[in-house]
Design a binder for this molecule. Structure first.
Ligand SMILES: [Zn+2]
Length: 101
């Protein structure tokens, strides 16, 4: 037997998401659909030896411009037709150590 009862409960819903670095709206009021599509959402739990702490949850929401500004130098970006990685556009080229001869 199942007995049902109507109840009201309070729920939390996401109404807006902004870039944690620059504040650009990524979802909700004022958000551009293309910025929302290109946003990077980070959400993970650090494991044993994590620099963030064992078992600590790490979260962040970032617009594409901030991802490029902070990580672009190290990201490998490939155009679909290229097939090979290249550095992100406008990223500063890192100096590479001399290869042994
Ligand atoms: Zn941003």
């Amino acid at each position: 037997m199942r007995i049902f009862q109507r109840i009201q409960r309070e729920v939390t819903v996401l109404t807006q998401c902004r870039c944690d670095r620059c504040g650009l709206p990524l979802a909700g009021e004022g958000a551009d659909v293309f910025e929302a599509q290109e946003a990077l959402h980070v959400d993970f739990v650090g494991g044993y030896g994590s620099v963030f702490g064992d078992g600590d949850r790490v979260c962040g929401d970032f617009c594409q411009a901030c991802v490029q500004a902070v990580l672009g130098e190290w990201l490998r970006v490939s155009a679909p037709e290229d097939g090979g990685p290249k550095l992100a556009q406008n990223a500063t080229q890192r100096s590479k150590p001399d290869a042994p001869e």
